[in-house]
Write a protein that binds this ligand. Structure first.
Ligand code: DAH
Length: 341
């Protein structure tokens, strides 16, 4: 019996050490030490032994059992560690490999120009305000002294939401003048950039949606010379020092007097070239002194307060600055175009 145990020990130890995976280790444990295993098989024969031999064999069997259990455990630990090591080795990430580059976008060229203008006005103490694109005709027209019969109120020119022409898409940012005068404390210094809408066919210079920047100052003692000085300063910051401007008389219902401001063509210096269409001048904005009727309509006493306002097209400005010849390029979002800025 002792020999049988000896043989079992040798065979078991060898089998355990040769095993390469944890699952077969478990099979070996069952095979040798399980309830129906080989050691149990040997111990069944205890009955044949003498009373003296029995405890000795029992002790031997117990020693063998714990030796094999220990060996199994050691092997199991070793196999698990090896497996982990292997896994770590196979799953290593080479952190020095170059990553996948995500293409990075940038601001749209027109918004670069807008940011530049915002900066200039913020520097002069102006506030930037935002307002509705869906507007009451009252604000888009009536309160701006634009009469019922005015051609810009026609359905052929303006997008309306209601049969009674009461609600529309704003055709200009000028209603922001009214919103500001009705809600803000005086004095007011503000610019209001935003989208405007008109029933225009799309071509190289027209789009049913475009952007304007409205500006307005209301205070005591504000004059036309303040308007000219401020706008000259803005133009110098955008187009460079010494840029020549000219103010031409014009008509807008909500300003009196009204004017349009031109800059001398920065391309040809006024001689006439394709950029200025041979004129030597480029029109940049409409402006004027806020009409007393408009002030009074907003509850501001025109005998105490006065103000000036201007409105300019943002696309036109960006096109001039970046030498873009077709307005559609600004809206098409073709990266081949946008990448160039
Ligand atoms: N809203 C005018 C337009 O769309 C532009 C304009 C002219 C705005 C004179 C003004 C202004 O504030 O004073 O043609």
């Amino acid at each position: 019996m002792k020999e049988m145990m000896q043989k079992l020990r040798e065979a078991a130890l060898q089998a355990i050490l040769e095993t390469e995976d944890v699952d077969s280790l478990e099979n070996l444990r069952v095979k040798y030490l399980g309830k129906k295993g080989e050691l149990t098989g040997i111990l069944r024969q205890m009955g044949k032994l003498t009373a003296e031999e029995r405890p000795q064999m029992g002790q031997l069997a117990n020693q063998l059992r714990s030796e094999l259990e220990e060996t199994l455990e050691t092997r199991r630990t070793a196999l698990n560690e090896a497996r982990l090591e292997m896994k770590l080795l196979q799953e290593t990430v080479d952190v020095t490999l170059p990553g996948k580059k995500q293409p990075q976008g940038h601001k749209h060229p027109m918004y670069n120009v807008l940011d530049q203008i915002k900066d200039i006005f913020i520097g002069m103490g102006f506030e930037i305000v935002d307002g509705p694109e869906v507007e009451l005709s009252d604000y888009n027209f009536t309160k701006l002294n634009i009469d019922e019969g005015h051609p810009s109120r026609e359905w052929t020119d303006t997008f309306y939401f209601t049969e009674d022409s009461r609600i529309c898409l704003r055709t200009q940012t000028s209603p922001m003048q009214i919103h500001a005068m009705e809600t803000k404390e005086l004095p007011i210094r503000m610019i209001a950039p935003g989208r405007v809408y008109r029933k225009d066919e799309v071509d190289a210079t027209h789009s049913p949606m475009f952007h304007q920047i409205e500006g307005m100052v209301i205070d005591k003692g504000v004059t036309m010379s303040d308007l000219k000085a401020t706008l000259n300063l803005v133009v110098e910051k955008i187009y460079g020092k010494g840029t020549v401007t000219r103010f031409r008389p014009h008509h807008f219902p909500f300003t009196e007097p009204s004017c349009e401001m031109d800059i001398q063509c920065h391309k040809c210096g006024g001689k006439g070239c394709p950029t200025c269409k041979g004129e030597g001048w480029i029109e940049v904005l409409g402006a004027g002194m806020v009409h007393p009727k408009v002030l009074a309509g907003c509850g501001i006493d025109p005998d105490v307060y006065s103000g000036w306002a201007f409105g300019m097209g943002l696309e036109r400005l960006a096109m001039g600055e970046y030498k873009i010849t077709d307005l559609r390029l600004i809206f098409e979002n073709d990266v081949r175009f946008l990448e160039q800025f």
